[in-house]
Write a protein that binds this ligand. Structure first.
Ligand code: HAM
Length: 431
């Protein structure tokens, strides 16, 4: 029987996995420099958590959830996004709640049953940040600045930031009614889903991806004339703050995004190189969600960056390469020395001790190869040095594989370690 990776998912193989890890490290560094700390939540949660936050009438909840009953009949769902789980975790932890505001981030796989295409997968990765308990426009500005800083750190300086305001409980109903009235006038041109949305949640029509609905959406009323004074002032202050930070934004008055928890500011970041799926990420304010989850009144804002798209946007796939070269390959000169070779390899990795920037990369044979085929393996792998483990405890010979000459034989392991350490000093070693 032959198995295949499930539809809409893929394996991230080396060297791509190494590029992913490097990008994750850069993102973590920036998040840390802004004072954000990581939260790891489970990849499944109770289904209600998503239904009540993302929203019953969204595509995510209606069509895209991976939902199952566990053995006790509890309905669980693989997380389609990270905000609702993070808010749940925040409310469950007295320690986190004390931080005011809470600055948190997460990184991990999300699951949506979507039609797979370039840049859209059923398992995809997000890096998300959330700023909990800050209502002021400066919080919105920090979030967008942080988003852009992450993109800059991974080598994407030119991006397009779209911003909009969805209003609040006072003014959104006014806008919703205007949008409903507009689409009611064109009901015969709407797709079947959008006809249903007219009654359930007309703002969702603005987010419809069906091509036939696009011309209608493009002419739909924008939100800005419907905003109440408080929301209008907030939005103006956010834009002024972004200008002061030197971040260019485009106002997109029909941007609603695909989740129902948003209030006021929403934003999306686009990268031209991504083509049709060009939103590398997005986010917005959710001033009511923490309260709706039974918490205190804690206006909040956050974003998620799609890792898959981020990696795509940062450049061409690397050519398939072999594993990185070992610093040392330990060759057992006789079958009886194989286990000692493993022990020597382990000891040499630690050269430099705990202060070393990175341990040496050291490999040894685990396939009972002859000494001469081990040498061939070492040379094919591009090992810089070979250390020979003799069968008789007669010291360790060393060969410099780059220069092709033998180096001074070391009488014991301590001497060998000291000798290697001295050669490493001044290169990568710190202590
Ligand atoms: P979202 O717009 O649903 O927002 O997702 C954010 C990003 O995740 C998208 O812009 C995209 O890059 C990536 N993404 C979404 N679905 C897929 C997919 N099927 N395949 C590949 N990438 C995908 C949220 O998830 C909100 N939680 C953002 C947020 C955080 N709002 C406030 N805080």
């Amino acid at each position: 029987m032959k198995f295949q990776v499930p539809r809409g998912t893929r394996d991230i193989l080396p060297p791509d996995s190494e590029r992913w890890a490097a990008i994750e490290t850069q993102a973590r560094t920036i998040l840390g420099s802004y004072g954000y700390r990581e939260v790891r939540t489970p990849i499944f949660e109770s289904t209600d958590l998503f239904v009540r936050s993302v929203g019953e009438s969204t595509d995510i909840v209606r069509k895209e959830l991976y939902t199952f009953d566990d053995r006790k009949g509890r309905s669980l769902t693989l997380r389609p996004e990270g905000t609702a789980p993070l808010v749940r975790a925040y409310l469950e932890s007295a320690g986190l709640r004390q931080e005011n505001p809470g600055r948190l981030f997460y990184l991990g796989p999300m699951f949506r049953y979507e039609r797979p295409q370039a840049g859209r997968y059923r398992q995809f990765w997000q890096i998300g940040a959330e700023l909990l308990g800050a209502a002021e426009p400066a919080a919105d500005a920090e979030m967008i600045d942080l988003f852009v800083a992450i993109l800059r750190a991974v080598g994407l300086p030119t991006v397009k930031v779209l911003v909009n305001s969805l209003g609040d409980d006072a003014c959104r109903p006014v806008y919703r009614d205007r949008v409903r009235a507009y689409f009611e006038g064109h009901v015969d041109r709407l797709c079947t889903d959008c006809r249903e949305r007219l009654t359930t949640n007309p703002l969702r029509i603005l987010d419809c991806k069906v091509p036939a609905c696009q011309p209608l959406v493009a002419d739909a009323p924008g939100v800005l004339d419907s905003l109440c004074d408080a929301c209008r002032d907030h939005f103006a202050a956010v834009q002024a703050a972004l200008r002061a930070l030197g971040i260019d934004v485009d106002v997109a008055p029909r941007l609603v995004r695909g989740l129902d928890y948003y209030t006021r500011t929403v934003f999306e970041v686009h990268v031209a190189t991504l083509g049709a799926q060009n939103a590398v990420g997005g986010g917005g304010r959710y001033d009511k969600l923490v309260g709706e989850f039974g918490g205190p009144d804690a206006p909040s804002i956050g974003f998620s960056i799609g890792m898959d798209r981020l990696v795509m946007a940062t450049g061409k796939p690397l050519p398939a390469g072999g594993p990185p070269e070992p610093d040392v390959y330990v060759v057992a000169r006789a079958p009886g020395a194989a286990v000692e070779a493993l022990a020597v390899a382990r000891a040499l990795r630690g050269v430099g001790g705990p202060g070393a920037a990175t341990p040496l990369r050291v490999m040894a044979d685990v396939q009972a190869r002859s000494a001469s085929s081990q040498m061939k393996v070492a040379s094919r792998a591009g090992a810089k040095r070979v250390v020979f483990v003799p069968p008789d405890g007669d010291g360790y010979a060393v060969r410099d594989m780059i220069g092709g000459n033998d180096e001074m034989k070391q009488p014991d392991l301590d001497a060998l370690r000291a000798w290697l350490r001295a050669r490493r000093a001044g290169s990568t070693e710190v202590a």
